[in-house]
Design a protein around this ligand. Structure first.
Ligand SMILES: Cc1cc2nc3c(=O)[nH]c(=O)nc-3n(C[C@H](O)[C@H](O)[C@H](O)COP(=O)(O)O)c2cc1C
Length: 364
């Protein structure tokens, strides 16, 4: 079945065919004007390659590691909530796909499954857990104990969601409630625990969890330095795929100053608008250790469940191996800033602009 998808375009078109309007809008959309969403794409498009030739590229190896875990390609699965709306087994299918392909899944605390049930899918796995803070200190401690007991290997704290944001596509198409409307109706849990998370909280989670900590949602050199000072093993450069603050920089634009500030003291993951193998290689050339994918996961799962997501990862691998050979490199460690330079994008950026063969361009 998965082999019937030769490229990413038919996967996206099949996902659109299968998803309800509300599920599609939830997956694809960003905040308000969707400027951050487009900046993510534009940032990668503003980089061109400087390939080297006449290098023996008869053997090319795209494997790498993150936190000591082997990755078949430098791509991990970002935490994505609501996957049950994309495919019946939701996050369970995402973990299965990661295991089958050979990468690391980061399980969202909005996955819609108990964290123990997801961990049971792959007992010897290198799964990471992403926690949203939704309770007091006792709640935090209890969650961290559960994460440890379920043998997750690292804890991700997402720090760009102090409050909810206005994601207008599902508000317009299916009347989805805004965070403010929920709060007015008394349906948002008071007090707003997420809004009270600070660097002191990060220290507490790190000490409590006694496992590597990833701080996800860093957008500046200043915060990257603080994350390292507060013991982060991974600084995760992200604007939540353009789903939180509107009019932020694209992740590619934030990445270089963060790489400089971290100065090798932590590993770096970046996400946002990573659609192609070439995007992965640009991110690594700028200094990231790995990238994460969000919407690509949703499209793969919606189009074909676990097999659809495995196929997404295979297509990325095919693109990465091809581009590495054409760049004149044989191993991921050879990438560096000398392989990229600024350019002027040739295509207006939008959420589908990486795929010129989608009929009509954008899909609503
Ligand atoms: C449908 C959807 C749900 C998401 N849910 C979460 C979540 O539960 N926790 C989290 O930290 N990030 C969440 N994110 C953000 C992703 O982890 C990631 O940062 C983002 O999707 C990367 O951008 P991309 O979709 O362009 O690849 C979500 C993103 C999407 C698209």
């Amino acid at each position: 079945m998965a082999a019937t998808f030769p490229t990413m375009e038919p996967i996206i078109l099949e996902a659109r065919r299968r998803l309800t309007q509300g599920a599609w809008d939830y997956l694809v959309g960003g905040t308000e004007s969707e400027t951050t969403l487009r900046q993510n794409r534009a940032g990668w498009d503003r980089l061109a390659f400087k390939p080297r030739v006449l290098v023996n590229v008869s053997k090319v190896d795209a494997t790498t590691t993150l936190l000591g875990h082997r990755l078949r390609i430098p791509v991990i699965l970002a935490p994505v909530g609501g996957l049950a709306g994309m495919t019946s087994r939701g996050a369970l299918a995402a973990v299965e796909a990661a295991m089958e392909f050979g990468t690391v899944p980061v399980v969202s605390s909005a996955a819609g499954h108990e964290l123990e049930a997801v961990a049971e899918v792959a007992p010897d796995w290198p799964g990471l857990y992403q926690l949203y803070i939704r309770g007091d200190r006792d709640w935090e401690h209890e969650m961290i104990e559960r994460i440890r007991a379920a043998r997750y290997s690292a804890l991700t704290i997402t720090v760009d969601t102090a409050v909810g944001s206005l994601r207008e596509r599902p508000m317009i198409s299916i009347g989805a409630a805004t965070p403010m409307a929920l709060a007015r109706a008394g349906q948002a849990p008071p007090p707003r625990y997420g809004a009270m998370v600070t660097w002191e909280s990060i220290d507490r989670y790190r000490e409590d969890a006694r496992m590597p900590l990833l701080v996800k949602g860093i957008q500046t050199a200043e915060d990257a330095a603080l994350a390292v000072e507060h013991g982060a093993s991974v600084v995760w450069v992200s604007n939540h795929g353009g789903r939180q603050l509107d009019h932020a920089r694209g992740s590619a634009d934030a990445l270089p100053e963060i790489v400089a500030a971290v100065a090798g003291r932590a590993e770096i993951v970046v996400d946002g608008g990573i659609h192609r193998g070439t995007d992965v290689l640009k991110a690594l050339a700028l200094g990231a250790n790995a990238v994460a994918i969000g919407r690509l996961q949703g499209w793969g799962l919606a189009a074909g469940g676990k097999d659809g997501l495995v196929r997404v990862l295979e297509i990325l691998e095919e693109e990465i191996l091809s581009a590495m050979a054409l760049l004149g490199i044989t191993a991921i460690g050879e990438l560096g800033p000398q392989y990229v330079c600024p350019t002027i994008p040739v295509t207006p950026a939008h959420e589908m602009s990486s795929w010129p063969n989608i009929p009509g361009g954008r899909i609503l």
